[in-house]
Design a protein around this ligand. Structure first.
Ligand code: GDP
Length: 452
């Protein structure tokens, strides 16, 4: 039980039209009532809003405020909770917080409201973690996955799987109690079937992590091509701003420049690089080295070439070295004849012809980028794993279950089966928070902002 009553500013720091101070815990109403002149809050029903003033020790008005009242257990934390909406001046906010502290509240730690929601059974751990993702989400896709997870889509599935496995675990444990006697309460075929069923849920979740990561962190996309192919010009065009330096001198883009681009709600992290030329120039060589490093990190490659300055053999050689999906982009189409283009299309029908400087066909390049990401098709409403912690536990569950399957085919004894099943249960439980340690909780909630 949390006996403390905690308070914190829930809205952003700095001056705003209004600021919201959150108070939660058993003493909430008592403490707020001491500084609030208005109705008697104890007598008001939950989920009501009350106008009044906050007064200091000398009974001077600090601010006119609105009090939103949520009584236990129907609040976010399941405790008595009050949100004080005051005018958003730093001075007023600090003054009200000080008054709350003076009257018995303490400042909340990062994520403490959400931690209480978890400890009081309002949210499971995966849902609580999604709250942090939701606050941090800055694209349509990442927002959707976080919302989906808060609503429990992901956790419900895990909890159900765990239930069915617990059933088998207890049957096998029971067998162990009978020691020497040769009894089998747990039907091995049923167990095998259950594990296959669980794996058929786990594997797509594990696979979704790659896409989940893309949604959350963006698709690292690298633009590569020979010097002067027009990479900087294309980057500027895509970003619509003058981030990279464009020049006629080959090799001007010495540094790796990274920026973000949103196309149809998907975040692309665009990395522009110094060209792929083999070079003796040291500064340029650093650039080339970085290009190679960036290419290794990239999930998507935009390969840009100037058809009047490259041979089919050179393109082929480049493509061979790619180990991520790539888009072939022929730049400077404004300088090319139809015949020149056809030569390249014969070898590579998928080429997208653009002119970066003349702003031609950029849209079709953008569409292709989105399509490439979406081929790892994620349907709306599908459960996507975005959290590394969940991913690791899912993997470990899956491994333990594979051990159980192996054990079953080798007819190993119940105690070994029980051990692997226990491992699987443990990892599933860690995801939803059915099994937790203080360290784990501290680690998760410390990443939240104060006031959440
Ligand atoms: P990078 O070395 O690959 O980054 O190439 P830049 O973006 O610096 O471009 C090299 C030169 O090609 C610059 O003079 C650009 O203005 C020019 N350029 C870029 N795109 C086009 C295009 O679509 N058509 C033409 N004609 N020139 C272009």
């Amino acid at each position: 039980m949390n006996q403390d009553t905690i308070c914190a500013l829930a809205t952003a720091q700095g001056v705003g039209a209004i600021g919201v101070i959150r108070v939660s815990g058993p003493q909430t109403i008592d403490i707020v009532q001491k500084i609030f002149k208005g109705k008697n809050l104890h007598q008001q029903p939950s989920h009501t809003i009350h106008f009044g003033t906050i007064r200091d020790d000398q009974n001077l008005i600090v601010d006119e405020v609105l009090i939103s009242l949520f009584k236990a257990p129907t609040s976010y934390t399941k405790e008595d909770t009050i949100e004080i909406s005051c005018h958003g001046s730093d001075y007023i906010i600090q003054k009200i917080l000080k008054l709350l502290l003076k009257n018995g509240a303490r400042l909340a730690n990062p994520g403490e409201f959400t931690q209480r929601a978890f400890l009081n059974g309002q949210l499971d751990l995966a849902q609580a973690e999604a709250v942090a993702d939701l606050i941090a989400s800055d694209s349509e896709a990442s927002h959707q996955t976080a919302i989906n997870q808060i609503r429990g889509g992901f956790s419900k599935q895990i909890a159900q799987l765990r239930e069915s496995l617990i059933h088998f675990a207890s049957l096998i444990e029971l067998e162990l109690d009978f020691g020497e006697e040769d009894v089998e309460f747990a039907d091995r075929d049923d167990l095998r079937q259950l594990i296959h069923r669980i794996q058929s849920v786990l594997v797509p979740l594990i696979d979704s992590f790659e896409m989940g990561n893309v949604i959350k962190n963006g698709v690292p996309t690298v633009i590569v091509g020979k010097p002067n192919a027009g990479k900087s010009t294309l980057l500027n065009r895509l970003l619509n701003e003058e981030k990279a330096i464009v020049s006629d001198i080959a090799g001007t883009t010495r540094d790796v420049i990274e920026d973000e681009l949103f196309i149809e709600g998907i975040r692309f992290r665009l990395i522009d690089t110094a060209g792929l030329r083999k070079t003796n120039d040291t500064i340029e060589a650093i650039g080339v080295e970085r290009t190679l490093q960036q290419m290794e990190k990239a999930s998507m490659i935009i390969y840009l070439f100037d058809a009047s300055e490259i041979s089919l053999a050179e393109i082929e050689e480049q493509i061979q070295s790619f180990n991520a999906p790539y888009v072939l982009v022929g730049n400077k189409q404004d300088k090319l004849s139809v015949h020149q283009k056809q030569e390249f299309e014969k070898a590579y029908p998928a080429i997208i012809w653009i002119s970066a400087s003349e702003n031609q066909n950029i849209e079709s390049l953008q569409k292709t980028l989105v399509q490439k990401v979406k081929t790892k098709e994620i349907k709306a409403g599908d459960t996507v794993v975005t959290n590394l912690r969940h991913y690791q536990h899912l993997l470990q569950t899956s491994e333990s279950l594979n051990h159980v399957l192996e054990g079953l085919s080798n007819s190993i004894t119940g105690d070994f089966l029980a051990q692997d099943i226990r491992f699987a249960l443990h990892h599933l439980g860690e995801i939803t928070g059915q099994i937790t340690t203080d360290d784990l909780l501290a680690n998760i909630f410390s990443k939240f902002c104060i006031g959440k």
